[in-house]
Design a protein around this ligand. Sequence first.
Ligand code: C2E
Ligand code: CA
Ligand code: CA
Length: 279
Amino acid sequence: SKRRGRNGWQAFTAELAEQQLQRLQLETHLRRAVYNDEFHLVYQPQVDLGSGRLVGSEALIRWRNRSLGEMRPDRFIDHAETTGDIVGIGRWVLREGCRQLRQWRDAGLAIDRIAINVSYRQFLSEDLIQSVREALDQSDLPGHMLELEFTERVLIEDDPDTHRAFDELRGMGVQLSIDDFGEGYSALNYLRRLPISGLKLSQLFIQGVPDNHSDVAVCQAVTGIASSLGLQVVAEGVETPAQRDFLLQLGITTGQGFLYAPGLPPDQFLQRYRAGAPD
Ligand code: C2E
Ligand code: CA
Ligand code: CA
């Protein structure tokens, strides 16, 4: 601000320099993180809201670095997009998520689907189709057991490459969902044009139901759009029985959230769901 004196200004620039240094540090470590085997995945169950039965799982990435500690994706995914490291990270996530699904199924767990987050830059890269194909082949999984979650940003660019990539993925049987649906862009046109199979109803709107009228209205609208277009809906961020009951009343049958479980390490996930679903 104008009121900053000379010392204030120096403190300000020092702060900026510090921030840049931290960023540089983070990006330097990030570059070697796949190679150094510093990532792992936790798995959040996706359940049938009526019965609590397991239907699938969303893989969520975690980064453990010796000097930076344990980090959630919010701290590094954007950086990885900027530097391009997301392409290699994304390839690793696909491979590891599919490997885990294969291992669970071999261990007798009744689970038919793994959902993987795909970022914008990763989607644009030449590498995506190839990575998906390799991940499925290596784990000997059919395409329909893999669901990719894209952000709306991927879809608004009405780009011929987007169409080609989506068609190719759908041709492999891969399920394609729109993450955080309703948060971002209002151009819903892409829903008609692209071979989408589902929507993730954003937790932003689940938080307010059943009391907040505008959140209720958004959930109703999304459900209406989805059912008239024949799209699957998964509600995310389900935290309370009241939210679950509201969703069931709306006709949304699948959800995930802290009411059921946070992201779990794979062995805990297996333990919890092997014997059948808790309520
Ligand atoms: P997202 O895809 O919307 O994932 C859901 C986030 O909400 C997760 O945070 C999850 O831990 C959290 N969550 C789950 N249930 C609840 C709930 O009931 N209440 C609340 N308040 N939160 C809940 P997380 O793991 O920190 O992931 C943050 C974001 O990072 C994800 O948002 C996703 O956009 C991105 N991300 C995660 N893993 C990957 C990945 O492998 N690749 C890419 N490109 N992005 C990823
Ligand atoms: Ca997601
Ligand atoms: Ca989401």
